[in-house]
Design a protein around this ligand. Structure first.
Ligand SMILES: [Mn+2]
Length: 318
């Protein structure tokens, strides 16, 4: 029987789940024997949002909420927080107000990890950060299969003349040949649209779309079976936009949409993805300034990240 920590969990410096901090540069330079399997990386960029800003504070807020997490996952029966195997690499240096330069900075920071087979778990930032992240994954592997859970398809062409924006990242990633749309899926779609062709335009890129109603009808196991059939079971990137969750459970987000997943549904849908090996994960669009005093959005976000780490631990155990 493991004892609880020797000191209360609210002591110490806030890394994700109090994991060891290994800076990005040190991680990239580590030899194969000692290299971490998963690196948690904060990307505090939020100046490509169309509504609420604030996601620049998400890595810090999610880390603070995460100190409540314990190492053992009782459903999957796996140790999630393994010393040395999972580390917190700190944050990527970004450029506020410059999404193009920031995308380059993200790709440069993450590419050495992707090249060495270290999975990345990115804590955004608005959804724009996925573009640089996907550049890093595709640099070695070619166009990747992408599984997105999001209220929005993020396939619009431009906002106010800006082509790198949080609602355009997926169209840019497909144009840059970073994502293989034929092996990619966006699930959780809902809410009002700009025009009757918005969803057809996304499908015309080659993506499969699953609305929130279809997702509920499928249930976690049906969704996961469809995801495996579509994306395959190797080298998949999972991108989770917290606005897939209903504002009653995740109010603090850039572009809230009512009628989303509950907290319990969210955990069940992510858990069902056991059996897929992921090259990377991200969790984006948490905007802590809009969280109520109990920080429920950051708390759920920390637990979604934990479920992602559990999927990585299961992949390692196979
Ligand atoms: Mn999004």
């Amino acid at each position: 029987m493991s004892p609880p920590r020797s000191a209360p969990r609210y002591t110490g410096i806030r890394t994700f789940a109090s994991l060891e901090h290994v800076p990005l540069a040190a991680l990239a330079a580590a030899d194969a024997e000692t290299r971490a399997e998963v690196a948690i990386v904060g990307i505090p960029f939020d100046t490509a949002t169309s509504w609420r800003p604030g996601a620049r504070f998400a890595p810090e807020a999610i880390r603070s909420a995460s100190v409540l997490l314990r190492p053992w996952h009782p459903r999957h029966r796996v140790e999630v927080l393994r010393e040395g195997a999972v580390v917190d690499a700190g944050d990527v240096g970004i450029t506020p107000g410059n999404a193009a330069r920031t995308s380059d900075q993200i790709a440069a920071a993450l590419s050495p990890l992707s090249a060495e087979g270290t999975a990345t778990l990115v804590l955004g930032g608005d959804h724009t950060v996925a573009l640089g992240e996907l550049r890093a994954h595709a640099a070695g592997a070619g166009p990747v299969p992408l599984l997105v859970i999001d209220a929005h398809a993020d396939t619009w062409d431009e906002y106010y003349g800006e082509r790198i924006f949080h609602g355009t990242f997926l169209r840019r990633a497909i144009e840059e040949d970073l994502v293989d749309p034929a092996r990619s899926l966006v699930a959780g779609l809902r809410g009002s649209l700009y025009s009757p062709t918005d969803l057809e335009d996304a499908r015309a890129l080659g993506l499969e779309l699953v609305t929130i109603e279809e997702l509920r009808a499928l249930g976690p196991d049906g969704f996961a079976a469809g995801a495996r059939a579509r994306c395959g079971s190797e080298g998949v990137v999972l991108s989770f936009d917290i606005d897939a969750v209903d504002p009653s459970a995740a109010p603090a987000t850039g572009t809230p949409e009512v009628g989303g997943l509950s907290a319990a549904e969210t955990l069940a849908f992510v858990r069902a993805l056991a059996g897929i090996t992921f090259a990377g994960f991200d969790l984006v669009e948490v905007s802590p300034p809009y969280d109520p005093p109990a920080q429920i959005t950051s708390l759920l976000a920390a637990n979604i990240a934990y479920e992602m780490l559990a999927l990585a631990a299961l992949a390692r155990a196979r």
